[in-house]
Each structure stands twice: as structure tokens, then as C-alpha cells.
Design a protein. Structure first.
Length: 80
């Protein structure tokens, strides 16, 4: 199977689908936007990488999480 076809099959369905669709999905999406905007406002992203400099692997349990992903943030200086 070609790589592009394999990548297309990696579809994320974080809130399910059909009759069991998560009722709190809109609240969760709003919370994610709020957290990302607060991080972007208060921190500069210095570095995002993995120990082996490869794409991070995903671990699917109750939630999906990257394995080995490192993120370095620096608090922005407040200007008067």
C-alpha cells in the first residue's frame, strides 16, 4: 500500500460518530481553542522535537497521545 494511501487511513475521530457521538464535543473544542490561545499569548515555542528526531508515534488508549514528543516553551516578557 503506498504511503499516501496509508496516511489517508489515519483518520482521527476524537469524539466518536453516529448515535454515540460525544455530547460534550463543542465544549471540549472551545476549551482546546482557549488553552492554545492562552499558550500562544503567554509563551514562545522554542523547540518541538522527539529524542530520535523522527515523527512522533501515537499511542491510542482511552485518549490518543504522542509518544516521546518534547515541547520547550519560554514565558514571554510582559511589556508595560
Amino acid at each position: 500500500m503506498p504511503t499516501s494511501e496509508t496516511n489517508r487511513r489515519k483518520v482521527s475521530m476524537p469524539f466518536g460518530a453516529g448515535p454515540r457521538l460525544c455530547p460534550g464535543r463543542f465544549l471540549a473544542l472551545d476549551e482546546m481553542k482557549m488553552v492554545i490561545s492562552m499558550l500562544a499569548k503567554n509563551f514562545d515555542i522554542d523547540r518541538v522535537d522527539t529524542p530520535d528526531n523522527q515523527a512522533p508515534q501515537e499511542r491510542l488508549t482511552f485518549t490518543m497521545a504522542p509518544v516521546g514528543l518534547r515541547l520547550t516553551l519560554h514565558r514571554r516578557q510582559e511589556y508595560a
